[in-house]
Write a protein that binds this ligand. Sequence first.
Ligand code: HBZ
Length: 825
Amino acid sequence: MTEARPRLRRTVGDSLEDFERDLISNLYYQRGTTIESASGPDGYHTLAVTVRDRLVDRYARTAAAHYAANPRFVYYLSAEYLLGRQLRQNLLYTDTERWVRPIAEDLGVSLEALEVYDVEPGLGNGGLGRLAACLLDSMATLDIPAVGYGIRYEFGIFKQTFRDGQQVERPDDWTFYGNPWEFPAPDDRQLVGFYGTTKADPKDPTGLKKHWVPGETVRGEPSHMLVPGYGTQTVNIIRLWQARASRESFDLARFGVGQYVEAVDDIVKAENISKVLYPDDSTELGRELRLKQQYFLVACSLRDIIRRYRLRNSGWEGFADKVVIQLNDTHPVVAVTELMRLLVDEHGVGWDEAWSITRRTFNYTCHTLLPEALETWPVRLLERLLPRHMEIIYAINHFFLEEVRAAYPGDEDVVRRMSVIQEGDERRVRMAHLAVVGSTAVNGVAELHTKLLAETTLHDFATLWPERFHNVTNGVTPRRFLRMANPRLSTLITESLGDEGWLTDLERLHGLGTAADDPAFRAAWRDVKRQNKVELAAAVERSTGVLIDPDALADVMIKRFHEYKRQQLKLLHVITMVNRIRADPQATYVPRTVLFGGKAAPGYHAMKLLIQLVNAVADVVNTDPVIARHLRVVFPPDYNVTKAQFVIPAADLSEQISLAGKEASGTGNMKLALNGALTIGTLDGANIEIRDRVGADNFFLFGMDAPAAAALRRSGYSPRSFYEADFELRLAVDTIASGAFAKGDRSVFAPVVDAMLGRDEYMALADYRAYVDCQDTVAEAWTDTERWTRMSVLNTARCGFFSSDRTVREYCAQIWKVDPVRVSP
Ligand code: HBZ
């Protein structure tokens, strides 16, 4: 390997003195203030850039090493990233926290006080966005050359507040005070077209090459954030695109005549593209804008990928050897057509060669099983917004259906089912089909999910191309979700295992297995959990005003509100506990705190009403002196990555109660088990793999499995028959219907009751009895403290598999075929 560039000089030192000097210098020369007059935000920003600069050094060396090695790169395309707070992470990854604490103390501030200014970039909705962040962390940690591409939404996921118990969404103006972690890179801006017309190329006899004349162009301006690896020198980047109007968009003439609003019309329209993250698909509004976002991300990123490829390579034959693109769900799938367009129309590559390159470049991860969550776009919308791409889709589909017809002569039914175009009153493009057709590998995110994908949603494709289908079970980064979130447990683990090697080799947690039998270790384990609960209790009191008992069983359900996840089932259990206490206040009960966390999509009315019901039940429970002696229900608003890091280490019981066959994987389930919470769960998603590993004795299983649920549905499911057959269930549902949680008003929560007794789409009532009985087993188990602790330790000890490092290694081996590039210090 030759060094093609001059040697890079290090600019920051690595001693405490260097760090302190840089802090002061940054405060003066970056922030323009002095120690005496610095505000909290001044302190935070100064610390942030000082820590960041340590990473810039590594980034420069990473870029040089990558340039020299010219390796195959992974490009991760995702509409969402939930990165979490950056300050603590970067202190840990640069090992500078040990300096910062004493320096801050000297200056009379605490790290905790500065951290309140560390705003989490909420550029995602839930599991899919957080998975993207975990994978980036692990790729850097494993020295995998990678870039994440996303959108720099001006407003991230909304802030959730409660007014009279109802969810109220407020904008998340996350960059209001500036973001010290990002670097604008205006030189790498890209132009993106929309609308317009296409023209045939008279010189092209095949008719497959065309010329697109867009009717509108928008600039994409990138900035990047650093993604450091843990325990290594590699620092990768995530590149985020922001939409900017082209310069001509400002109408000076109109402005001159006082038409101030009209003068900036085009600017506003263009910049709306990256204005706001879509809070999933539940709202019909703004569909066109959402498709625009998707194409904007794809167009900017592909041009950037090609630019990077050309820095060291020429010709197109080798493109797929240097570039592998992972499509995170269907949101960026229009990339398949964009790469075809770039190759065929703009770079003159023949269709067949372009298709071979494209197919070898892309891979697709599916994150759902719900048919309604599979994206489709109206043909008419695509024809208008992306006319050339629609033509390319027709051509891809034409050649693809020829292949299908060759494989199944005379079977037009299979052709109709597999076609990229869905026929009907309104013809639509099936993005998942386009993704499978245009990819080398397709993967599900847990074993059951992959199996069900191949058997149901993508059955025809898995039959035609079995070699394309893979499973890569999700994982989570142990750095953020164990080491950072749970420093006490981490210290205990390190003491027990002898060193911190487990942080990058999580299977080493198995070493805790023997410690589970040591009463002193168990006592220490309990002590950590209790301290975490004391801390959580203080935070919960601050945010909700409700006092919780750190000695009560902490029963947590933290995830997006969705019918299939079945928060309604958890609520029926809570109400059953209430009814039991009311019926027999003198009996002994295991004290519990039930903690809910999660947002509902703003347009998802059923789930917003359920949130209101949770809050209403919490009110009744927490203010009734008899009930509150045994039970508390809390719902701290605005669950996000930061709050997850508070709640997860304090949890005793992890609620993973989706209807079997509906949750693709789950990742919260992994984070909680890794932190020693016991799971109560169905045989769904990755729960199955968690249970396989921690052992059936250390997992509270209940309910129907996926085949049983499917069979019940086929046989004609009647929620009412379950309601009528079970006294406690009837009482719980009737309690809601009676208006007991709405000051006697029966109408408020009537839709919840109607949904339960009418369709009960996710069969909560069918699993109710098994669930409540299983919760009784949980309560019983809780009373045997030593046994519970042992189970808790074994959960942590046996969850090493669920590190996202393992996930990334599997992607590398099965799908990406990339090798690490080491960066020397
Ligand atoms: O992806 C989740 C799955 O529900 C979960 O089971 C899995 O563990 C996780 C990671 O693989 N899916 C999502 O989070 N999906 C979304 O957030 C989403 C966002 C926008 C959409 C559709 C879905 O338009």
